[in-house]
Design a protein around this ligand. Structure first.
Ligand SMILES: Nc1ncnc2c1ncn2[C@@H]1O[C@H](COP(=O)(O)OP(=O)(O)OP(=O)(O)O)[C@@H](O)[C@H]1O
Length: 246
């Protein structure tokens, strides 16, 4: 249920702006890795390149050793990549279960089987008691969980999570961290997450990649990167993100 991800020399320009510049890293199969860095560092652009929203100008993306560079989003999904978006947008007028079913039907065309898969995903995320509520009526923490559930419903082997802790209170963040740890332990799924909430990064990630101005600035364990003078200078030191302080 898990695939490694390797990006090599990933580069993307928007007109004159070098949004991602020669970025290389690996997320080993089954591991949880975080992508951090200041606003505009190129984190979401990296996700968009990995998810196939647009192709890189140069560089490659390999999934479990298979070159998927330049695949479209539906092809990336079929290859095993699932993602969430920074802005959560459930179908508010559909139930939680129906929202997840939309994703499940991408993988399984028979409705009863897709429904069973969707329910299993809700159970994994602790959302099963809410299955029949309208998505629009959920609290923010549960909407964030639903976003993860929608991505999981396509049965990915690599999950890209874009700021799923943003806006959560510390206790809600801790609950999401526990859920994601449990998901990783139970399914073995590989997870790459963009996160500003350092409390969550420290608790979840085995490796952290730091981007700044499109380039990879540092890489290491959470303890290594939070003690790296370059990371403190460009990111942690100026405006200490929530939960990063000792
Ligand atoms: N579609 C686009 N067209 C033009 N410029 C873009 C586009 N997407 C991103 N950029 C620019 O690329 C740079 C990197 O943006 P990106 O969203 O990847 O950063 P980020 O690290 O995810 O930031 P944040 O933490 O604020 O989400 C920024 O300067 C941004 O304005």
């Amino acid at each position: 249920m898990s695939l490694s991800l390797t990006v090599t020399g990933l580069t993307k320009r928007f007109r004159g702006l070098l949004a991602v510049s020669d970025v290389s890293f690996t997320v080993p199969a089954g591991k949880i890795v975080a992508l951090i860095g200041p606003n505009g560092a190129g984190k979401t652009t990296c996700f968009n390149l990995i998810a196939g929203v647009f192709p890189p100008d140069s560089g490659s993306v390999t999934l479990g050793g298979r070159d998927v560079t330049g695949f479209r989003p539906d092809q990336m999904c079929a290859a095993g990549i699932g993602r969430t978006f920074q802005i959560v947008k459930p179908f508010a007028g559909l139930s939680v279960l129906e929202n997840v079913l939309v994703g499940a039907l991408h993988r399984e065309k028979r409705v009863p089987a897709a429904r069973a898969n969707a329910l299993a995903v809700l159970e994994l995320l602790g959302l099963d008691p809410q299955a029949h509520k309208l998505a629009g009526s959920l609290t923010l923490p549960d909407r964030k969980r639903l976003e993860v559930a929608k991505a999981l419903a396509t049965q990915p082997q690599l999950l890209l999570l874009d700021e799923v802790m943003a806006g959560l209170r510390p206790t809600e963040t801790d609950a999401m961290v526990a859920t994601l740890r449990d998901l990783n332990a139970r399914t073995g799924i590989t997870i790459l997450l963009i996160e500003h909430v350092m409390r969550a990064v420290m608790a979840l990630a085995e490796q952290v990649i730091v981007l700044d101005q499109g380039r990879k600035l540092a890489e290491g364990t959470p303890a290594q990167v939070t003690n790296d003078p370059r990371v403190i200078e460009t990111y942690l030191g100026h405006d200490i993100p929530e939960g990063a302080a000792p």
